[in-house]
Write a protein that binds this ligand. Sequence first.
Ligand code: 4HQ
Length: 249
Amino acid sequence: MRFDVVTLFPEMIQEAATNGVTGKAIEQERVGLSVWNPRDYTHDKHRTVDDRPYGGGPGMLMKCQPLCDAVKDARKKNEKGDTKVVYMSPQGKQITQNLLIEASHLSQLILVAGRYEGVDERFINSVCDEEWSLGDYVISGGELAALVVIDAVTRLIPGVLGDDDSAKQDSYMDGLLDYPHFTRPEESELGVVPNVLLSGNHQLINRWRMKQALGRTALRRPDLLKVKELSAEQSALLEEFKNEIQDLD
Ligand code: 4HQ
């Protein structure tokens, strides 16, 4: 799969994405990444990418033409196959793991990162297939949002995470918060490691971790539990967890 990001700050994308898990996936050619600067698609002396909003008001908007021409060039990297063009904005559909799993099956994802007050609405309606949001808060540009999508989708591509790595663990804990983690030392001024994790009994450890994941989800994100089907064993573990909280006083 390939990512193409339309952005006035291409170096922001290139710098961030070429590190860590995404950087390795690009090096190994498991994913492709190109950046497209609308400024390179202007024709005037000042290379103008922005203009004033009709109707007045503060700030500037990104003009359609440089954006359209940048997307048109990006599309050429995937003549055949499935392309989606997505504009990152708080007006969009909120990103979830399920949305990103679907995106990971595309052959090309073109992410448009806006600056200023955003883009001309006609560009969104005519050129973009979808509008996606990180959540209900405002950031200064779509670049960080595009990077979140690239990172989260890249992790889902087969071969990117090691076989023993978090990919299977992530789907095992599907729809639940993570359980608590501990590393050395066994004892410090910050406290002790739960005994079960030192036991070497992997059935007990897995049961403890599942119970913690269920319990923390119930306490911190009851909304997630409401939509999750629990197995009989999971329901029993969650009941155990809840009973142990009662025991605390
Ligand atoms: N913006 N999720 C305004 C966001 C945002 C978000 C991106 C701010 C676009 C023009 N993007 N620009 N939240 O706040 O994706």
